[in-house]
Design a protein around this ligand. Structure first.
Ligand code: ATP
Ligand code: MG
Length: 179
């Protein structure tokens, strides 16, 4: 067995079922409970997610601020997409700086896979970050449809498959349950 004492692995939660973001958040809570220092950035989300409200109080968990104006990418104008691309590229660089000297043990990039898929985050930049990350850093990514290159780079890839979801009946995302 490889020595696991300094082993930081990469997780992807993907698929079309509910539970990717909440699964990543659950892992962050567990890690913080152990004493790991956790850094979380939620792409595509503003600063009012319920998980942020609850978890920002937990010792060892740091949330980076997001853009106040967020929406699904298919609702963005070309100008808004460009603004997001710039912001997200800078944010990834900023995060790389924050983690490079070992100040964090776990990094959760919520919806990073979604952003790559929708052209809001350069896949090459994310792959470059993952391949050069501090050795011990555990990284969690979420988003429906990871590319083969991201899957190849990850150590855990868990696909959550929708069997039923109320949005098929027109039920919109509910506060406290979906956001
Ligand atoms: P959770 O945050 O509950 O763990 P998730 O991360 O697996 O869910 P995402 O794919 O990130 O889910 O979607 C975020 C939210 O957007 C969903 O909870 C859902 O309310 C809404 N959503 C996702 N896909 C669709 C869709 N095809 N139609 C309508 N709403 C959707
Ligand atoms: Mg999600």
């Amino acid at each position: 067995m490889p020595d696991s004492s300094n082993l930081g692995l990469i997780h992807i939660y993907c698929g079309n079922g509910k539970g990717k973001t909440t699964c990543g958040m659950g892992l962050c809570v567990r890690a913080a409970g152990f004493g790991f220092r956790v850094l979380i950035y939620q792409f595509m989300k503003n600063n009012s997610t319920s998980e942020r409200t609850a978890m920002a109080h937990i010792e060892n968990i740091t949330f980076l601020p997001g853009l106040e104006q967020e929406k699904f990418s298919f609702r963005m104008s070309e100008e808004e997409k460009e603004e997001h691309r710039r912001f997200y590229a800078a944010q990834l660089q900023h995060i790389a700086e924050m983690v490079k000297d070992g100040a964090f043990d776990v990094l959760f990039l919520d919806e990073a896979v979604y952003c790559v898929r929708n052209g809001l985050l350069e896949e090459a930049a994310l792959l470059d970050f993952l391949k050069n990350k501090p050795e011990h850093l555990e990284v969690i990514l979420t988003g429906q449809d990871p590319s083969p290159a991201l899957i190849e780079c990850a150590d855990y890839v868990s696909e959550i498959r929708k069997v039923k979801h109320p949005f098929d009946k027109g039920v919109r995302a509910r506060k406290g349950i979906e956001r």
